[in-house]
Design a protein around this ligand. Structure first.
Ligand code: NAP
Ligand code: MG
Length: 496
């Protein structure tokens, strides 16, 4: 059997199970007594699992468990915490197949992407495991004799972690692994749409030896449980990934009690195309970064800004690449783009295409809904390419979060940079050029947290990840920058 057939077999034999919240090492129903069901993103008649609709009272229980567990977890030597995380990484790899079926089933992405996501999660976990051995402070000279001065890093306490639905595996791991490495405990809230992978992660963490109460899971609507989680006095830090609007709201609430925040928000990421040796290489990089996860990535490329004399050639190459995209359910081994997460989100993306056309853009490729036979059980569309897009149009300014790419022509490098920066967001950017000096100028002047020269907006498992402007706030996640968020400084003076 190939992987697709194995996934179908897995789904055919799957019985939807009822999960509770995971609090202090136990699966507990919500005090609300209410539940909801999630369905296969590519077969919306198939229930996958049932989850609680949690309440603020459930949140209080989870925070209390995390707060109690902090006392012992925070003083466990770093290398011991790291050893548990190494085990978690191994277990992610050992369970690669089942985990990628779960990710694809609840989110919709094709199997290759889910497998990549699980393997990436294992890599990030290993990096964090090593960080548990490297909680470095400094020693400094004293002003007086017989005094020893140092700074040490202390875990901040209970962290509330809130996630969107686009990366059900990597987002929980990216938030939980560093928290554990640095000695914090966690209450994790997945998106309502994709809690299943998170529930499986709780089981794996426990099997790997994470003690009860160190990581807790609360499932339920953000509008019901979000505020109680963010404002709880025992929550000392909030790591949030999601929309800019919610990020602002959460930051305001957190600031009232001086809780730390790490906010990973939206993007409107440009590919600035200046010159190249091979237009097909550029097009391949751009289309991959625009259509991976059906464009539902915060770092998706959504704007192409191209010098006028290169435009026609590039548009042709982009269209050729788009032709190669085969759309289908995750278990179709030939498919390289799955459905969007659900119908509601598909409608929002479709609405943006209509707005773009009304604003005067030309829809030159795709964009249409796919609804016949094989597509009738998921939210499918062809990726869209819109030409003649002015920098002032809404489709060039607002995050669409779908497989929609706009083309804007410019006359100079200066104009390209000015258009690239003419948005509220500043997450990731790509620049294509053969001129080393121009490459450095662009890397310097583009207003984004991450810049990629001559490749698409794909990040690595150990490099700081984050945005500027409305795309992020607080310490970058991934890599060594996490220490700034999950720990705080203490200065120690010793007279001997
Ligand atoms: P969202 O609507 O902002 O939701 C994110 C999370 O916040 C969900 O778990 C949501 O719960 C929860 N939430 C809702 N109301 C809340 C409240 N009042 N207080 C606290 N939490 C609350 O985002 P989304 O629609 O799931 O995902 C798309 C967005 O995420 C895009 O803007 C995208 O750019 C951004 N994103 C950013 C990054 C990054 O690293 N920069 C990565 C991925 C996605 P419910 O699910 O119950 O609504
Ligand atoms: Mg939302």
């Amino acid at each position: 059997m190939n992987n697709g057939e194995k996934m179908l077999h897995f789904l055919e034999n799957h019985q939807a199970k009822a999960y509770g919240n995971y609090i202090n090492g136990n699966w507990i129903n919500s005090v609300s007594g209410e539940t909801y069901t999630i369905y296969n993103a590519a077969n919306n008649k198939q229930p996958l699992a049932h989850f609680p609709k949690s309440t603020p009272e459930d949140v209080n229980q989870a925070v209390s468990a995390a707060n109690d567990a902090f006392e012992t977890w925070s003083v466990l030597p770093g290398p011991e915490r790291g050893a548990i995380l190494y085990k978690v990484a191994d277990m992610l790899e050992e369970n690669l197949q089942e985990l990628s079926f779960i990710v694809s089933a609840e989110q919709g992405k094709v199997l290759n992407e889910s497998m990549g996501e699980v393997l990436r999660a294992a890599k990030e976990t290993r990096f964090c495991a090593g960080e548990a051995f490297r909680m470095e402070g400094k020693t400094l000279p004293a002003e007086r004799q017989n005094v020893w001065n140092s700074t040490v890093r202390k875990p901040v306490g209970v962290i509330a972690e809130i996630a969107p639905w686009n990366f059900p595996m990597i987002t929980p791991i990216r938030k939980i692994a560093p928290a554990l490495a640095y000695g914090c405990t966690v209450v994790y809230k997945p998106a309502t749409a994709t809690p299943w992978t998170s529930a499986r992660i709780m089981e794996l963490l426990t099997e790997a030896g994470v003690p009860d109460g160190v990581v807790n899971l609360i499932v339920g609507s953000g509008s019901t449980v979000g505020d109680s989680l963010v404002t709880h006095p025992d929550v000392k830090g909030i790591s949030f990934t999601g929309s800019t609007e919610l990020g602002q709201q959460i930051n305001q609430l957190a600031s009232k009690k001086f809780a730390k925040t790490q906010l990973e928000l939206g993007g409107k990421n440009p590919a600035v195309v200046l010159d190249y040796s091979n237009e097909n290489h550029v097009a391949k990089q751009i289309i991959s970064a625009a259509c991976t996860c059906s464009g539902q990535r915060c770092t998706s490329i959504s704007r192409v800004i191209v010098l006028r004399d290169k435009k026609d050639e590039l548009v042709k190459a982009l269209s050729n690449q788009l032709e190669k995209i085969k759309i289908g359910p995750a278990w179709d081994d030939n498919a390289n783009m799955g459905p969007l997460v659900n119908k509601g989100h598909l409608d929002s993306v479709q609405n943006y295409i209509a707005i773009g056309v009304q604003e005067g853009a030309n829809l030159i490729y795709g964009g249409e809904l796919l609804e016949d036979e094989q597509y009738s059980k998921g939210a499918y569309m062809k990726p869209a390419l819109l030409d003649n897009v002015k920098a002032s149009m809404r489709i060039a300014k607002e995050e669409i979060f779908g497989p929609v790419l706009t083309i804007t022509e410019v006359d100079s490098v200066e104009e390209a940079l000015s258009v690239a920066n003419d948005v509220d967001y500043g997450l990731a950017a790509s620049v294509f050029t053969n001129d080393l000096s121009v490459a450095h100028q662009c890397a310097e002047k583009i207003e984004s947290g991450m810049v990629h020269i001559n490749h698409g907006t794909a990040s690595a498992a150990h490099l700081p990840f984050g945005g500027t402007k409305s795309s992020g706030f607080g310490a970058f996640s991934i890599g060594s920058s996490n220490i700034e968020f999950f720990t705080e400084l203490k200065t120690v003076y010793v007279e001997y």
